[in-house]
Design a binder for this molecule. Structure first.
Ligand code: UD1
Length: 432
């Protein structure tokens, strides 16, 4: 099994280039199926979730051509299969977007329940509510969700809870449904806007993406288009936090600073300097320890839950007592056990929704694991800031969402390596 080995305590300096947004691309790749044509997608991050999503599109009959590491041409004219099997669906959470896409194009889907990070209960009742509002009939046998319809029709749906996935899936299913669909209490994340921009370029009529009311007028057909994925807000935030925790000056390039606003504000509150430019931010530290702050995660434009573990790792060595409360997922503090192994002083309150962090003067290296994707990012940040050697296991979680993380951090001066400890030791031949 591969693992990361970090010798911590080195400041980070230089520039790091952020790739396309994971959560946008995993919606837009399946959306190419709706276009029933050829789309060219740029700024695609080279991560496992993308490889798995492209594999799903190919398994359904799509033809994927890789122009370079970050550009794909996807021809979905021959897609005909409407079934996504368990073995592939469980490789990533976003496989559930095939539900909306296949329903929208073929009036049918049978998709196995998705995989992804274990962050507590991850129901899909709201996705189903969206499909039913469009005149689909849904069955769930505990393994597969299946949808049939005699004809989709626009409808209105109100989500009690703000859900990125349910908002995306309802948009996908509604794009070609005759009539008007209205989604109330929709998610407002930047990747919802990016998806709507892609679909509108293909000829869809989606208005209000980025607000809590989205209106979709069904169109008869779509065509392919060229589209560049927006920068990844969470990858950018992770490098900002890595610099804040390890110290130094890092310019994070290819970002939309507005998408990073609440991360920037919290870092400023802690005494980290952040300068914003047109498409980059520069993070700068002038002291070894920063001050505490309180965080509460909520849907966009609130503080992103996907930055919660990384910020907690930074606060573990800040002065004073910080409180981090999770407002989206029911079980997103498992990684705290790993930080405790590194000398952190963190207590989870009874409901497991809040962590109280008493900053310590330093963390020490330890053998830890990545419980999930962003928990893994937090382990990297802790390892970079810690004294001594940290080994991180289960890094396949990290590879799902971070491209070339070792190379990018090494270029900033970090001492981090990917090692394969299943490789047999070198044979030593002794000559008698
Ligand atoms: C997406 C992101 C994930 C991020 C999350 C919240 C992708 C591929 N993943 O996940 O990285 O952490 O948004 O920003 O974009 N809920 C229900 N019923 C449903 C659906 C959701 O109750 O049918 C609840 C969930 O349990 C959770 C909340 O709604 O408490 C938000 O979930 P949602 O926004 O749907 O998350 P995902 O789309 O799965």
């Amino acid at each position: 099994m591969e693992k990361f080995v970090i010798n911590g305590g080195k400041q980070l300096n230089g520039e790091v280039y952020v790739g396309g947004a994971k959560n946008a691309v995993v919606a837009i790749i399946p959306a190419t199926i709706l276009a029933n044509d050829v789309s060219r997608i740029e700024n695609v991050p080279d991560i496992e979730d993308v490889a798995n999503m492209l594999e799903i599109v190919e398994s359904l009959g799509g033809i994927v051509t890789r122009e370079d590491a970050h550009t794909y041409v996807i021809d979905t004219r021959d897609v005909s299969c409407t079934i996504v099997e368990k073995e592939i669906a469980e490789k990533l959470r976003a496989s559930y977007y095939l539900m909306g896409v296949l329903l929208g194009r073929f009036n049918h889907f049978k998709v196995a329940l998705p995989g992804g990070c274990d962050l507590g209960a991850r129901p899909i009742d709201l996705h189903i509510k969206g499909f039913e509002a469009l005149n689909a009939k849904i069955t769930d046998d505990g393994y597969y969700i299946e949808a049939t319809t005699h004809g989709l029709a626009g409808g209105s749906v109100y989500f009690n809870t703000v859900s990125v996935g349910a908002t995306v899936n309802t948009i996908l299913a509604a794009v070609k449904a005759p009539g008007v669909t209205i989604i109330e209490n929709a998610a407002k994340e930047p990747h919802i806007i990016d998806l709507a921009n892609y679909l509108n370029k293909c000829g869809a009529d989606i208005r209000g993406a980025g607000t809590n009311t989205i209106k979709i007028k069904g169109v008869d057909s779509l065509r392919g288009c060229e589209h560049a994925i927006i920068p990844d807000q969470i990858e950018a935030g992770t490098y900002m936090l890595a610099c804040a925790a390890a110290g130094g000056t890092v310019t994070v390039k290819n970002v939309i600073p507005r998408h990073l606003e609440c991360i920037t504000q919290k870092l400023l509150e802690c005494g980290v300097y952040v300068d914003e430019f047109v498409d980059s931010v520069r993070v700068r530290t002038e002291k070894s320890r920063h001050t505490n702050c309180d965080i509460y995660t909520t849907p966009y434009p609130g503080f992103p839950t996907d930055m919660q573990p990384q910020f907690t790792a930074f606060l573990a060595i800040a002065e004073g007592v910080s409180t981090v409360s999770e407002g989206v997922w029911s079980n997103r503090f498992r990684y705290v056990d790993q930080l405790l192994r590194m000398g952190a002083d963190i207590k989870r309150l009874g409901d497991n929704k809040t962590a109280v962090i008493k900053g310590v003067s330093e963390l020490h290296g330890a053998l830890v694991k990545a419980d999930d994707l962003r928990a893994g990012a937090a382990m990297i940040i802790a390892g970079l800031a810690a004294t001594g050697r940290t080994e991180i296991e289960q890094i396949y979680h990290i590879d799902r969402g971070y491209e070339a993380v070792v190379e990018k951090l090494s270029a900033l001066g970090a001492d981090i390596k990917r090692v394969d400890d299943t490789e047999p030791p070198l044979t030593v031949i002794t000559v008698a």
